[in-house]
Design a binder for this molecule. Structure first.
Ligand code: NIG
Ligand code: FE
Length: 399
């Protein structure tokens, strides 16, 4: 047993249910002057130092005086499997070029497809390992990672293996863009992806994802891709309403998707429909900031009773950040979410999107000992300190 003692505060999303939605998102279980008792890889107990009774057996102790603990952060939407970078494009955008124009001119996602194919399996593995270490250095203890920059059989499968082997949860983003060899024929590309890649991708990935957008895949193509993926046992996610509303929310609800992600362009009807459904709205404010786009209607979603999560969308083109604390800061200043709402959105609700909320996303008895430690007197520094870097701690390091 290991006793982590003297925390200024231990903060965890309230209760045991997942996902938290609407007003529940604002509730935090807060223990001041606290301890966390760990048995093996699990949390055995949480409480106040002055109520700590005598402990039986061999107990090692560590003091965390002056620091706070929140659950290890969960990034439920990242694109870590890529080669190269987009620093040139970033500079062009700074000079006025738009992301959608660059994409239409064969740059954007497709320039990363070229670099990712060139990286080879070893290069890709090294890249995902590096990106996973960057995330961890910002307090992330669980991450989902998408393929989607290979778009051929070999590179898509290598991407999924690289995510899995770096400790991530792989999602097959087989419908991210139409690769150049299909010359803009999205249906022909989907014929190939579903017949040649899906059977093996379904063994490696937990979920499938599609970019439903003008210039990528339309609603009919997204439906065809998602239905085939679901028939092969994959859970479903969608990139939807990033630039335009193309029916992503009704499709996600009809198909029973786990989430629809982005939502920068979602209007009042989409907010209402999503809030009444079991689909989680995954908000990516770092991506909206990075592309200088409107922010998603987070406040309206929460006030309407929706389940939301927050994620980085880490990728080289539209959101080159691995920091969930930065996302929590943006959630406070841009989305008008309270630190408590952000905490739930990057822990229990993100874990729910990944169907792991029974094990991660809370500091409570029975959960895995995944913590993020803040060198701060108040847990809300997670959002308040722009660029906070919590220390990720799991049973492996604690042993
Ligand atoms: O989630 N929207 C589509 N896909 C990624 C961006 C990919 C890229 O620009 O490389 C996203 O923002
Ligand atoms: Fe994304």
């Amino acid at each position: 047993m290991l006793l982590l003692r003297d925390f200024a505060q231990v903060a965890s999303p309230a209760g045991r249910r997942a996902p938290l939605r609407g007003a529940e998102l604002g509730n935090v279980d807060l223990v001041e002057d606290a301890y966390v008792l760990i048995d093996g890889d699990r949390i055995a107990d949480v409480g106040r130092m002055r109520e700590l009774g005598p402990l039986e057996g061999d107990v090692e102790e560590r003091s965390f005086a002056g620091r706070c603990a929140v659950p290890g952060l969960v990034d439920c939407h990242t694109h870590p499997a890529f080669g190269g970078d987009r620093v040139e494009e970033f500079s062009l955008r700074a000079a006025g070029a738009s992301y959608e124009e660059l994409h239409a001119a064969g740059g954007g996602i497709l320039s990363t497809v070229r670099a990712t194919r060139d990286a080879g399996e070893d290069g890709l593995r090294a890249a995902v390992r590096d990106h996973a270490a960057w995330m961890r250095a910002h307090g992330t203890t669980t991450f989902e990672g998408k393929s989607g920059y290979g778009l051929d059989r070999e590179t898509e499968l290598a991407s999924l293996r690289a995510v899995r082997d770096a400790g991530g949860i792989p999602t097959w983003l087989g419908a991210h863009a139409v690769p150049p060899e299909f010359d803009g024929d999205a249906d022909a590309y989907l014929d190939f992806a579903l017949s040649d890649v899906l059977p093996e991708a379904a063994r490696l990935a937990e979920a499938a994802d599609v970019f439903l957008e003008r210039g990528a895949f339309d609603a009919a193509q997204a439906r065809r891709y998602l239905e085939a993926c679901r028939a092969s046992g994959l859970a479903l996610r969608l990139h939807g309403d990033q630039f335009t509303e193309q029916g992503a929310i009704p499709l996600a609800i009809e198909l029973g998707a786990r989430s629809v992600d982005h939502l920068e362009a979602t209007g009042a009807e989409g907010v209402r429909a999503l809030a009444q459904s079991d689909v989680v709205g995954v908000l990516l404010p770092a991506s909206a900031l990075f592309l200088n786009r409107p922010m998603p209607p987070a406040r309206a979603l929460v006030d309407a009773g929706a389940a939301i999560a927050l994620a980085t969308d880490f990728n080289p083109g539209s959101s080159f950040t691995e920091s969930l604390p930065l996302v929590c800061s943006l959630a406070a200043t841009q989305l008008k979410l309270s630190p408590a709402e952000s905490l739930a959105a990057v822990t229990v609700n993100a874990a729910h999107v990944l169907r792991r909320a029974d094990r991660i996303g809370r500091i409570a008895p029975g959960y895995l000992a995944h913590l993020a430690i803040l060198d701060a007197p108040d847990w809300r520094y997670l959002a308040y300190h722009l660029g906070e870097r919590p220390v990720a701690l799991t049973a492996a390091e604690l042993a």
